[in-house]
Design a protein around this ligand. Structure first.
Ligand code: DGY
Length: 328
């Protein structure tokens, strides 16, 4: 029996490729070349499945060139690289990789908050430049974390993980804003209080963004929202580039209209707005919130399980558009 053909669009763990090769004829990209859209479409034209990572745009134009395609499995919980409606219209299943990265990503969100509030990278750079000559009473004095008010925008599983860390570990008062309010049970577990977005921005000492990217969440934080924040507040974005207007943020940081920011994601990444590279009061990391080896392995395993489950038995693990299953 011939095996279904799949494309693994980016470099992955060798064991993931080995597993996929047991079930599929695999074309891989272990050199991690970034293909153009046309090149991706050309390579996908005869494939039934795609293992994607969040950097490959799957839209109507690409799907029209890939008539055999049945599933795209993202090794990411975010899936704003998928036009899910176009995929559903073409009968192509979309899957993502939720849950397995929740706690790891929440750890990172909290680490970025701590590093930002306590000015860790800014002070490290100062030390490395050889500028540290004496102790001073206000040397790199930062913002308090314990006991402060944490405002979370986007209260999905990762947001809830950060809320628990803040409330239970650091005695923070947690307020949140979300499209829909959590159940009373979940609010109690997270010790979090629902508030409007404007109230959150005005009250929070630390504003943390974990909202999924969509047209509706584009520039959730821009100049008007930054103007509502306290001058002592920090802003942390571990969600997606485009949720924050990076140019407006760089200006607010330069003018010290907020104290500091911590960013793991950027508009147009891997490019970073040049002004963010020159302001001192920002901690910048290259989209690594879920990057521990065990979590990345679990994400790769889940993407592979989705491909294997769907293409060999019609049963994916985490479908995003189950309507495709009903009509298959
Ligand atoms: C995700 O899973 O969405 C992370 O941002 C990694 O890409």
């Amino acid at each position: 029996m011939t095996k279904p053909k799949i494309l693994v669009a980016r470099a992955v763990f060798p064991e993931t490729l080995a597993l996929l090769s047991e079930h599929f004829e695999v074309e891989s990209n272990q050199d991690d070349v970034l293909w153009s859209k046309a090149e991706l479409a050309r390579r996908l034209a005869d494939k039934q499945g795609a293992f994607t990572t969040g950097s490959e745009r799957i839209d109507a134009e690409l799907l029209a060139a890939c008539p055999q395609l049945k599933i795209c499995a993202n090794m990411a919980v975010g899936y704003n690289n998928f036009d899910v409606d176009a995929m559903t219209a073409r009968g192509v299943l979309a899957t993502n990789a939720p849950d397995v990265l929740t706690e790891t990503t929440a750890d990172f969100g909290f680490a970025l908050l701590m590093a930002t509030a306590r000015r860790m990278t800014e002070s490290e750079h100062y030390l490395r430049r050889g500028e540290w000559t004496q102790w001073r009473y206000d040397l790199f004095a930062g913002t308090e974390v314990h006991g402060s008010t944490l405002g979370i925008i986007g209260m999905g599983r990762i947001g809830q993980g950060i809320a628990r860390r803040g409330a239970l570990g650091f005695g923070m008062k947690v307020i949140y804003h979300n499209r829909s309010r959590l159940s009373p049970d979940l609010e109690a577990q997270c010790q979090a209080q629902y508030v409007g977005k404007e109230e959150l921005l005005r009250r929070a000492d630390h504003v943390l963004l974990v909202v999924p990217y969509s047209a509706a969440s584009h520039h959730t934080i821009g100049a008007p929202e930054l103007a509502l924040m306290k001058p002592t507040a920090t802003l942390i974005n571990i969600a997606r580039g485009g949720i924050v207007d990076d140019a407006a943020l760089a200006q607010a940081l330069r003018e010290r209209r907020i104290a500091a920011a911590g960013l793991d994601v950027f508009e147009g990444e891997p490019s970073v707005h040049p002004d963010l590279l020159t302001v001192p009061n920002v901690v910048l990391t290259p989209h690594i919130a879920s990057a521990t080896l065990s979590t990345r392995r679990a994400m790769a395993q889940l993407a592979a399980d989705n491909l294997i489950g769907y293409l060999t038995q019609g049963q994916p693990v985490t479908p995003l558009n189950p309507a495709v299953l009903a009509s298959a």
